[in-house]
Write a protein that binds this ligand. Structure first.
Ligand SMILES: C[S@@+](CC[C@H](N)C(=O)[O-])C[C@H]1O[C@@H](n2cnc3c(N)ncnc32)[C@H](O)[C@@H]1O
Length: 181
């Protein structure tokens, strides 16, 4: 199963998931898929920096210039009228967290935070630590590329295991990971 289908079932099996943040949205494929297929989602915050990433070992993303990222951002914004839950935020994940969802006001605000952004160890660690207090008790934090073999994705598993301990981490299809709080 692809991570799109896996997460569709995952969210639909948990109707208590009504408020989601996705960190790392790219072309908006997952955001569009879940907004379309999971009707009980009330708020879906699609957060991405959509910005140049030169010199950071980002694989093919390093080739994209500002114009290309602007186009991707606008493409996701064009989805807004079709999905009542969709909110699009153009900011780095940790900045969005600190500036738009400050503690203590937004403590335990989200039912599910899904991280699929830089995949680098330091950034993933910083994102998990920033977003974790915003996930409610019995809520879920997770992400993509936990079992990735590409060298530039190795940071995900390291950061996730370091924060939660690998026994707490559950793995789904297509490299999805999650932890129930
Ligand atoms: C693998 S793609 C996301 C794919 C998307 N989750 C999906 O399944 O359709 C990674 C995205 O993370 C974004 N990204 C990288 N570092 C980021 C950061 N620090 N904050 C926010 N977004 C970031 C990139 O701009 C890119 O669009």
């Amino acid at each position: 199963m692809t991570h799109y289908s896996f997460l569709e079932k995952f969210v639909n099996d948990r109707p208590q998931i009504k408020r989601i943040a996705e960190i790392g949205v790219y072309k908006g494929h997952l955001a569009r898929h879940l907004c379309r297929k999971c009707r009980h989602i009330n708020e879906y915050y699609a957060i991405d920096q959509w910005d140049v990433v030169k010199g950071k070992d980002f694989g093919h993303y390093e080739k994209f210039d500002k114009k290309h990222w602007d186009e991707l951002y606008l493409r996701v914004c064009k989805e807004i009228p079709y999905h009542r839950a969709l909110k699009v935020i153009r900011m780095p994940g940790v900045v969005a967290c600190k500036e738009l969802f400050p503690l203590p006001k937004f403590k335990e605000f989200f039912d599910f935070v899904y991280i699929d952004s830089s995949h680098h160890y330091e950034e993933t660690l910083a994102e998990i630590n920033a977003w974790l207090p915003l996930v409610r008790k019995l809520g879920i934090i997770g992400g993509h590329d936990y079992a990735a073999t590409r060298p530039e994705h190795q940071g995900v598993r390291r950061a996730v295991d370091e924060v939660f301990g690998k026994d707490r981490v559950k793995e789904g299809d297509d490299m999805v990971w999650w932890v129930e709080l």
